[in-house]
Ligand binder design. Structure first.
Ligand SMILES: C[S@@+](CC[C@H](N)C(=O)[O-])C[C@H]1O[C@@H](n2cnc3c(N)ncnc32)[C@H](O)[C@@H]1O
Length: 401
């Protein structure tokens, strides 16, 4: 007898999902982001460490501003050690390069102006779900040189709360992180509310009520962040922020500059189409699609300035919007020759940033199906592939008064 006849029949993805729905194994996910949101850990092809080209070019762009900010800082000649924190550090090259940059430039200033080198403590801070293991397994922490550049520690927690003792920090840096909100506004998750975000995963082009709810959340979050840092940073110390942002003249419903960038951004068209595909194929129901929202908001300069004014205690030295090209010309030409690899690259970026929250919403299997649909949609949009798009960032350098 054929032995395979004893094998149990494997249910199809759709059948196994129906079973999970019946058992109510997909409760609607309503937030609790601090427990879920994180970039994908490890160092494989879908990890944040391998998909952080965008934040890396943002950091390159802000490097000179960060060095300039260090020159504005007061030197604490009486103190033998200085504390530097990276808030929303994730894993990989970007955070290590940022801390190196700050420590090296401060060390140089101390040598030249004070004639001594203080010790440095570096705090790598992110949500508890961040892959701190991967971070602390990388070379600066595993290789022991005679002269340590800095003493390091991980600080788990949300930057929307206090993370350090009063006046502990001399420098706090937060790069490509503050556009992530602390939660999805409750009204956006309430089907009876006018802010119910039907058919969209994000707010670009969404209706007024949805956008207003996100804008209010963003305001409350940024104010909470600043209030905490005001207590933690010593007078004369520096707060440096780089976050995704929108041009000054754009209203909040237009989160991403020009229409092409809007259509091509990973949180917009392809994402909505991928959810729609899952719905049409019967893999999810409508409520599952409509309760998925991406907790990100791109502020403009005006909103950032108002939050600083509301908080007080900081002198803004620089506040500017800068525009970044999404990728190099060579990369674009390579992708035009091979649209499938383009779709894969885009899907990997989305996996690296959104996988934990998509999994929390629909489970591992459906999450993978969503990313496959996203990949197909992105590689199928050949016209978009030919367009060069731009993303914006806001850079702020402020000194604690
Ligand atoms: C796009 S990554 C940027 C990482 C790194 N700074 C860089 O430039 O490559 C955003 C990081 O912000 C973190 N993050 C988001 N919300 C946060 C919060 N409320 N508190 C602390 N970290 C947060 C995420 O977990 C993620 O690691």
């Amino acid at each position: 007898m054929d032995s395979s006849s004893f094998m149990p029949m494997m249910p199809s993805i759709k059948e196994s999902l129906e079973i999970k729905y019946m058992k109510n194994e997909f409760p609607i996910w309503t937030g609790g982001l601090h427990r879920i949101l994180c970039m994908q850990g490890g160092d494989d092809d879908v990890s944040y460490a391998k998909n952080s080209e965008g934040p890396a070019s943002a950091i390159t762009l802000s490097k000179s501003l960060l060095i300039e900010g260090i020159k504005f800082m007061k030197l604490f000649g009486e103190e033998e050690s200085l504390s530097v924190a990276d808030l929303g550090c994730a894993t990989g090259y970007n955070t290590l390069a940022t801390i190196d940059l700050v420590v090296d430039n401060l060390r140089r200033r101390y040598n030249m102006e004070c004639g001594f080198e203080p010790d440095f403590e570096a705090f790598f801070s992110d949500l508890p779900s961040n892959d701190f293991n991967s971070l602390f397994r990388s070379p600066p922490f595993t290789e022991h040189s005679k002269k340590r550049r800095y003493y390091a520690a991980g600080v788990p927690g949300s930057f929307y709360h206090r993370l350090f003792a009063k006046e502990k920090l001399h420098v706090a840096v937060s790069l490509s992180a503050l556009h992530w909100l602390s939660q999805i506004p409750e009204t956006v998750l309430d089907k009876k509310s006018p802010a119910w975000n039907e058919g969209r995963a994000w707010i670009d082009g969404a209706k007024k009520e949805v956008v207003e709810a996100y804008a209010k959340q963003s305001k409350d979050d940024l104010e909470a962040f600043l209030q905490c840092r005001k207590v933690e940073i010593k007078r004369g110390g520096m707060l440096f922020i780089l976050m995704a942002g929108r041009p000054g003249s754009n209203r909040p419903e237009s989160q991403l500059g020009d229409p092409d960038s809007r259509a091509k951004h990973p949180f917009t068209s392809s994402m909505d189409q991928a959810w729609e595909d899952l719905l049409n194929e019967g893999l999810i129901d409508k409520i599952t699609r409509d309760t998925f929202n991406i907790p990100a908001y791109m502020r403009n300069i005006d909103e950032v300035q108002k939050a600083f004014e509301q908080c007080g205690g900081f002198e803004i030295k620089r506040l500017e919007y800068q525009r970044l090209v999404e990728h190099s010309k060579e990369k674009q030409e390579e992708w035009i020759r091979d649209p499938v690899s383009y779709g894969r690259a885009k899907a990997n970026i989305v996996r690296a940033t959104l996988k934990p929250i998509v999994e929390a919403h629909v489970g591992t299997e459906i999450s993978e199906e969503l990313f496959k649909r996203f990949q197909n949609r992105a590689s199928g949009d050949i016209a978009m592939l030919h367009k060069t798009c731009f993303y914006g960032v806001i850079v702020v350098c402020a000194i604690r008064k």
